[in-house]
Design a protein around this ligand. Structure first.
Ligand code: HEM
Length: 443
């Protein structure tokens, strides 16, 4: 970050009157493509009825997470608050209220909690496969969403009668798979938000109406009894939103599970490399593969904030109160941070290669060393920035799924369209990855 003493230069502008349709047509590449055209890491466009500054790259990501210059309250578009996020949750908080609420999520996603969730997911995959018929196709995206819904509800202490599994899987899925669409799918996502809020609200009220301390602590009881810095219980609708902030994205890991399976079969040599890794190297090989899936494939295109005040950055004058989007997909593919960003190369995350760093060669190393260039789930530090607290959960559920596919399930891939639909939010293989279980379904 540099602060120039020369007079500020104007931020380049997209020439179109409104660029919302262009954004929706190519959501993952919209910002980076235009930044390249403007020769700048920032440009302004009119998006969703408002002038919006669009940022890309690691340097811009570092700026975006500066809490003195950017705030989150009132930043997210209404269409996302009414579907994906809900109202009153951690995403829209700033300063001390944010840090306090975020500490709740950091506790709920601590390593021992993630381990317990992983064990539940392992069981849920085996149970699902036991019900599959050899030769009958299974759509991995559908199966994973149901497996993760069952597992996260069990783990969180959320009662889920068998008769409700389909309905809750569908509701939780619509919150992330439909939120960014237009027309009917978006309306369905709004309806799902109403229904899911009411369900989560009733769960919170049920816990609060129980006399005395809970028999055992669960994610649901922690959220229901959580108090804000002023010592007050969260309003029940807000606690409901926070419960959904745990359940919804865990189900959304199904997208990454599908993309990981896609990489297993479509990225040359990757499946063999994981199967042939020595026992000593297998955990590292798996971890690097999962990091590269999250870097290489699209999921969230961007995150939103607004400027708190005017300031100058890299010679550009940022006005106060302006909505800002940070390009996540483009930053994960920025050639200033990643060598051959369009190639799938898990070894770029191996820590041991940093020792042989040569001028002009890629800096290799784990994600912790790249807080502003590896940003599939946001940038900075999760405990005090808005970075996702669920990266450990996402990695662990991806690992369980990969181990199940590599070591437990007998299956083949039938002919299908495996191309990724980049205009869809979230992007997925067009046929959602179909597999056909074989003979003895489980090894
Ligand atoms: C499916 C894979 C996931 C992706 C791609 C993802 C992505 C993201 C992104 C991009 C953000 C916003 C970062 C920012 O605003 O700067 C975020 C925030 C958040 N995520 Fe995730 N996430 C995933 C999984 C999870 C999981 C499994 C959980 C919970 C267990 C979770 C809970 C949250 C919460 C509570 C926030 C808000 C954090 C804050 O505002 O401080 N996410 N996530």
């Amino acid at each position: 970050m540099t602060t120039s003493i020369a007079p500020p230069r104007p931020i380049p502008r997209d020439p179109q009157v409104d660029s919302s349709l262009a954004l929706l047509a190519d959501p993952y590449r919209f910002i980076a493509t235009r930044c390249r055209e403007h020769g700048s890491d920032v440009f302004e466009a009119r998006l969703l009825l408002r002038p919006t500054l669009c940022l890309t790259g690691p340097e811009a990501a570092r700026l975006f997470y500066d809490g003195d210059r950017f705030a989150r309250s009132g930043a997210a578009p209404e269409a996302l608050r009414a579907t994906l996020f809900g109202e009153g949750g951690v995403q829209g908080l700033d300063g001390e209220r944010h840090r306090h609420r975020k500490a709740l999520f950091m506790r709920l996603t601590a390593p021992d909690a993630v381990q317990a969730l992983a064990a539940t997911v392992r069981q849920a995959w085996r149970r699902a496969a036991a019900g599959w018929t050899p030769g009958q196709p299974v759509v991995l995206y559908d199966a994973a969403r149901e497996v993760f819904t069952r597992a996260v509800c069990t783990w969180a202490g959320v009662p889920l009668p068998e008769a409700e599994v389909r309905q809750r899987t569908r509701q939780l899925s619509l919150l992330f798979d439909g939120a960014g669409a237009l027309g009917l799918p978006h309306l369905k996502a709004r309806r799902a938000r109403h229904a899911a809020d009411a369900w989560a609200h009733s769960l919170v009220e049920a816990v609060r109406s129980e006399a005395g301390a809970p028999a055992h602590e669960t994610a649901l009881t922690c959220i229901a009894h959580h108090r804000d810095p002023d010592g007050e219980l969260l309003p029940a609708p807000v606690a409901a939103v926070e419960l959904l902030n745990l359940l919804r994205p865990t189900v959304a890991v199904a997208v990454y599970a599908v993309l990981a399976a896609h990489a297993l079969h479509q990225q040359p040599g990757q499946r063999e490399a994981l199967l042939q890794a020595t026992p000593e190297d297998a955990p590292m090989a798996m971890a690097c593969f999962i990091h590269e899936v999250r870097r290489y494939y699209p999921f969230f295109p961007a995150v939103a904030a607004r400027t708190r005040r005017s300031f100058t950055w890299n010679g550009y004058e940022f006005p106060a109160g302006r909505r800002v989007l940070l390009d996540l997909y483009g930053t994960n593919h920025d050639a200033r941070a990643w060598q051959t960003p369009g190639a799938f190369r898990p070894e770029r995350f191996r820590p041991d290669r940093r020792a042989v760093e040569r001028p002009g060669s890629e800096r290799t190393g784990p994600p912790e060393q790249r807080p502003y260039s590896f940003v599939p789930q946001g940038g900075g530090q999760p405990s005090h920035h808005h970075r996702c607290p669920g990266e450990g959960v996402a990695e662990s559920l991806m690992k369980q799924t990969l181990q199940f596919l590599l070591h437990e399930l007998h299956y083949t891939l039938p002919p299908q369209d495996l191309s990724i639909d980049m205009s869809r939010l979230p992007a997925l293989p067009r046929d959602r990855l179909v597999l056909v279980p074989q003979g003895a379904v489980l090894r």
